[in-house]
Design a protein around this ligand. Structure first.
Ligand code: PLP
Length: 421
């Protein structure tokens, strides 16, 4: 179900008119649907129901405490990449025994903190990191549970900035030295080798790279068992792609062209589970985007319009510092008015107030004509949105609100001038 929808040509989130929300809370504003987050999480978790598994939400997608608490209450695990994310996960109530810690550059103090919290597993990204974790665990007179993140050199066919499973990417331990790395890990007295981790990228829209990766990992598990290293869990990472085009449809909205077909999450999962299941291992998955992306929108107000002989600009009050994805990856987000009307669309650049030409939310976009004072919704902004926000140009941190049915509450206060440092 899509909790963002039009009713009488007005955009609604669940049972509340979005216009009412912007009038009350102002813009720029991130707005989330609680029930969309829950539906997404439950659909993914259910698809793994017939295997022993933990769905570890990847905090990097969105680490707002209120959203985290929702997921912790659903018994989700957490995938973290810093001591900050670990702190936020613990604070929200995730059980340490369901927390995995990935990242190519874990600092010593972060390793120490995670060991003291008794997390489920470190997803180790290099041979040197194995030695460091072993040394720190020895110093603390404890043992670290580890999984080795393997880089399978498989092309996820996604944007190069979010591809992580190729030899040229900094992530993981090269598959060609994986057995040696596992043997080394098994020889270290303060490590307990538990699993294999892999994560080949984000916003993946093809099933085949997942199938290839699953097949590669199963082969490796068998090889390792052959040399006496018993792998108990496979952490398959995240990466399920979501639809950024035509996220909302309405007879008055243009159908966005060249939309890629996005397999259902259940299809991704049903293609990998039978392969991974053969090993008898417990499965961990780390979805981020597929849980929160379509549960969030960014709301912005039209400040000015201007045009010259080649361009029409719609200047809005949200910029690249609020939603970086368009500037960073040229990512597409559907942008819709809060009230749809029938009429000829115009081609515009939707740009923010930041002093960079790269500050845009959309370029050469066909959009319903909007005037100063009207609001726009930038859709599918729940993942990798607020977490990438910055104070560039000393812009104030924006507010976040959460809708549940006909209720809305603030889950992050808008910053005031006095909050700036
Ligand atoms: C190790 C790891 N796990 C999980 C994720 C979450 O990926 P996604 O948001 O695409 O599901 C990421 C993000 O790139 C990651 O690096």
């Amino acid at each position: 179900m899509n909790y963002f929808h039009y009713k009488d040509n007005q955009l609604y989130c669940e049972e509340i008119s979005v216009q009412e929300i912007v009038e009350e809370f102002g813009t720029p504003l991130y707005l989330y649907s609680k029930n969309q987050v829950l539906d997404n999480f439950r659909a993914i978790d259910r698809a793994f129901a017939d295997v022993d598994h933990v769905t570890c939400y990847a905090l990097k997608a969105n680490s707002n405490q209120s959203l985290l608490k929702l997921l912790a209450t659903e018994n989700a695990g957490a995938d973290v990449v810093s001591s900050g994310e670990l702190y936020l996960a613990l604070k929200a109530g995730f059980q340490p025994s369901k927390i995995t810690f990935a990242g190519v550059g874990k600092r010593d103090d972060e390793i120490e903190y995670a060991l003291k919290q008794k997390i489920f597993s470190f997803n180790v990204e290099s041979i040197q990191e194995l030695d460091i974790i072993n040394d720190i665990a020895a110093k603390l007179k404890t043992t670290a549970r580890v999984a080795l993140r393997i880089n399978p050199d498989i092309d996820a066919s996604t944007h190069p900035y979010i591809s992580t499973g190729l030899k040229t990417n900094k992530f993981g331990i090269d598959i060609s030295v994986a057995v040696e790395a596992f043997k080394h890990a098994a020889s270290l007295p303060h490590l307990q080798v538990e699993g294999i981790h892999t994560h080949i990228g984000s916003q993946i829209l093809k099933i085949d790279p997942f199938v290839q990766t699953a097949t590669t990992i199963v082969k490796l598990v068998n090889e390792l068992r052959g040399v006496g290293i018993n792998i108990r869990h496979i952490d398959f990472g995240g990466g399920f792609g979501v639809a950024y085009k035509n996220a909302i449809q309405h007879p008055f909205l243009l159908v966005e062209e060249n939309a890629e077909s996005v397999p259902l999450r259940e299809m991704f999962i049903s293609s990998i589970v039978p392969i991974l299941k053969q090993t008898g291992c417990k499965l961990i998955i780390e979805p981020g985007r597929s849980i929160v992306a379509d549960a969030g929108i960014l709301l912005t107000k039209v400040l000015y319009r201007k045009e010259n002989s080649v361009k029409k600009f719609v200047i809005v009050d949200a910029g690249m510092n609020d939603l970086l994805r368009p500037s960073l990856y040229n990512a597409h987000h559907q942008i819709v008015p809060l009230t749809v009307t029938q009429g000829e669309p115009e081609v515009v650049d939707v740009v923010g107030p930041v002093c960079e030409t790269g500050d845009f939310l959309a370029r050469e976009r066909k959009l319903q004509h909007v005037e100063r004072g009207e609001f726009l919704a930038v859709l599918t902004a729940g993942a990798y949105g607020i977490v990438n926000a910055s104070h560039y140009n000393a812009r104030l941190g924006l507010a976040e609100v959460l809708v549940n049915g006909d209720k809305v509450r603030v889950i992050r206060e808008r910053e005031r001038l006095e909050d700036l440092m």
